[in-house]
Design a protein around this ligand. Sequence first.
Ligand SMILES: [Zn+2]
Length: 477
Amino acid sequence: MARKVGIYTRISRDDEGESLGVARQQQDCERLTDLRSWQAVKVYEDNDVSAFKRNVVREDFELMLKDLRAGLIDGIVAYDLDRLARQPRDLERLIEIFDERPRLEFATVTNDINLGTPDGRTMARIMVAFANKSSHDSSRRIRRKHFELAQQGKDSGGPAPYGWRKNDRTKVDPEAAAAIREAQREILAGVRIGTIRTRWQEQGLGNPRAGTKRMAHHHVEHILTNPRLVGYRTYHGEILYGEDGRPIPGNWEPINTVEEWEAVCAAVAERKQKQPGRSLARKYLLSGIARCGLCKSKIRGQTNPRWSPGSKAAKFTYRCSVVNGGCGKVGRVGEPIDRLIAQLVLEEQRERAAVTRVPMEQQWPGEAELADVEHDIAQLVEAERAKEISVATLLQLLPGKERARDELKLKRARFYKEQKQAEAKEDAADLSVEDFFSLPIERQQEIVLHSLSAVIIHPAGRGRRKFDPSLIEPVWH
Ligand SMILES: [Zn+2]
């Protein structure tokens, strides 16, 4: 049997080519995997982080080490050693695993190094040590130039980011901006970034460079949460603050208000906390929501192998599965159940919305308090500059104020996020069943879970062919 290997790709924040680069790396790694007659079973992709910065955790890199250790993969293919381990520390951790599991495979596209042999390890250590040093040197040089430009609020060069005009990075591209705003509303309504990525790829949105189909997950996330959207100048992904403690404004047209943008960022961050790693997309509406009427275990949708486009067979069924610990005795054609549940849920939400429309567009009540704190900070900084207080005094007073400011901002982000989420949810009340089914699946599920905690599917007697709604029992909150 072919050895199962993982492919590792990484792009650093300083690369402008972004998704292009990752696609290239992956292709080359796949080719190499084929050459060695291995089987690529998983792609690990770390993005917008530089392995050279000590404090960033590379999530997929960590996951890959875990998978290697657990024996889920039998080796690694990476584009080059730099991508994989720019820090000697990372390399040593890898070597440790190769020690524990001596038969592991290793290959990179650009160098011929085998971590399984003592010679290969020595070579790798030398290369990583050099890469580490040159990375220090070059990043220091480039950093200074970029920083100077950034401090003046000047835009960096290069191709226009998605959302702005190709020939003029300072002007908004209305069509792209509309697509961004729509996707942001979806994020607030619970849609996953992966779903938006798929849709954008189909519609040719999101990537201003022609000819590339694939877009990385992080690329889409970046487009939707980029501080540039509110006109904030960033430097290496961090918002730049001026001497007055305020973000340095860039010289381009913004797409979002600060409230909108903060709400989206908070929603994305929250999701990440809740679902570390990649969750598989649920394909069927009631997967994990439906339960078996006999054994009460969770039921998932299953594609019917006899179905083909144009055939009369059911497309999928909800089936109690022995593999997942169920009794295996209940199964039912899926589509009529989905339709029934959608009707019931939408009806219930329409009724509820008629009674309890929440007044929206409320302003966050802490705005004045935040303005005060920001004013205090500005005054302190000003006082130090005018030599009314010493730097030591300033630094004594500043951290407390800054903490207060950051906490307030976090509260504001949460406030608008919740408001916008509530708005997005309310929209469901006006949906027709057709509208409902045209939404992304996780949005549909979100709407269902808003009303129901489960759907119990009771067994139908033998030979009964017709769909009987009374055997489908929704469990309301
Ligand atoms: Zn069962």
